[in-house]
Ligand binder design. Structure first.
Ligand code: NDP
Length: 325
């Protein structure tokens, strides 16, 4: 089996590449500029010589079509696109184009080539907006950021091509999932890295936005397993993926700082200038369909995620080989 992972340089791309290589797939991965990208995550996972890397610009139909024809994959995972909610308020058009136009180009290219390829599109729980209840596949979308609007558009593009042209195309509506491969722009990694530096006397304090938000945080390697399972079903469908548990950011901060022997209240302040124009108060998955149909459920809970993230940071700071399992 041959798989094409678009966005292989990112967190999910690297973990998915590892999963597929371990399953015996021939894995191709793309970056917008494969000549200059660092692929640090692939190196950390020891995969740099186990995958074939190509350049692909999701917003350029010719680039998408040419790569698709050259690679001739059985499964395509579209993970590429501007992935930060915060940045999407600063770069709304880049966000919309990279996600929505990118998805459209892939769907059109699959339709044009005519091969019965299986297609996974990286959807997001941000599409649900500020839901008060755990969200499932029937929960209406109320997107509250340019990122979420773009992901909602991509979701309907996939659903439309599945219905209109019979494509095997799925969207995984994934809640937040974390790992040490997340860049520090994302809040969990930012908190853990800062706590480690503060404990070592290398940083004074940490300023964060709204500490009262609640999120359903999972462990990224679990989530790429769900992506793969979605493409092994008899028919294509969309799935909500999450742990089904929600925690306050304040609790994440307290637990992460405690791992380094710190009282977070002495070091962290909430800064109104870091708050987003619109933010979501609460996010929680209802992942029962994934359990019923995919046999998938999260294996790492909130405490386990914090232990893994802080353990990685501590090992790295001490110069020990960090664990990425
Ligand atoms: P990353 O940000 O780690 O990786 C995203 C990839 O997209 C990068 O490899 C990058 O590749 C590419 N990319 C970044 N910006 C652009 C752009 N403007 N245009 C085209 N390509 C771009 O994301 P994750 O691995 O964390 O997530 C994978 C996908 O899943 C993303 O689509 C994300 O939105 C979605 N998602 C992630 C969640 C999470 O919690 N991690 C939750 C829900 C959805 P390169 O720079 O090499 O071209």
């Amino acid at each position: 089996m041959k798989a094409l992972i678009c966005g292989i340089s990112g967190q999910d791309g690297a973990y998915l590449a590892r999963l597929l290589v371990d399953k015996g797939y021939q894995v191709y991965g793309t970056s917008r500029d494969a000549q200059s990208a660092s692929f640090a995550s692939l190196r950390l996972l020891g995969l740099e010589n186990k995958v074939t890397l190509k350049s692909l610009a999701p917003t350029d139909f010719r680039s998408v079509l040419q790569t698709m024809v050259t690679v001739d994959a059985d499964e395509i995972y579209l993970l590429a696109g501007q992935s930060s909610v915060g940045l999407s308020f600063e770069q709304p058009m880049e966000t919309l184009e990279s996600i929505s136009v990118g998805t459209q180009n892939f769907l059109e290219a699959i339709r044009f080539v005519g091969k019965p390829v299986r297609f996974y599109s990286a959807g997001s729980s941000e599409c649900f907006g500020d839901a008060d209840e755990p969200c499932n596949e029937l929960t209406p979308f109320r997107p509250r950021s340019p990122y979420a609007v773009a992901k909602a558009a991509a979701f309907w593009q996939v659903a439309n091509y599945r219905e209109a042209y019979g494509l095997y195309a799925c969207t995984g509506i994934l809640f937040n999932h974390e790992s040490p491969l997340r860049p520090e722009r994302f809040v969990t990694r930012k908190i853990v890295a800062a706590a480690c530096r503060i404990a070592a006397g290398q940083q004074q304090g940490l300023r964060l936005g709204n500490l009262d938000i609640h999120r359903d945080w999972g462990w990224a390697p679990d989530y790429v397993e769900a992506m793969w399972r979605m493409l092994q079903q008899p028919t294509a469908d969309d799935f909500v993926i999450g742990t089904g548990r929600s925690h306050a950011l304040r609790d994440f901060v307290a637990a992460a700082f405690a791992e380094f022997g710190l009282d977070w209240t002495q070091h962290v302040e909430s800064d109104p200038t870091l708050m987003r124009p619109t933010d979501l108060r609460y996010g929680c998955a209802d992942p029962r369909k994934a359990l019923d149909r995919l046999g998938w459920q999260a294996t790492v809970d909130f405490a386990g995620i914090i232990a893994r993230l802080t353990g990685y940071e501590r090992d790295r700071a001490a110069g020990h080989p960090p664990s990425l399992t």
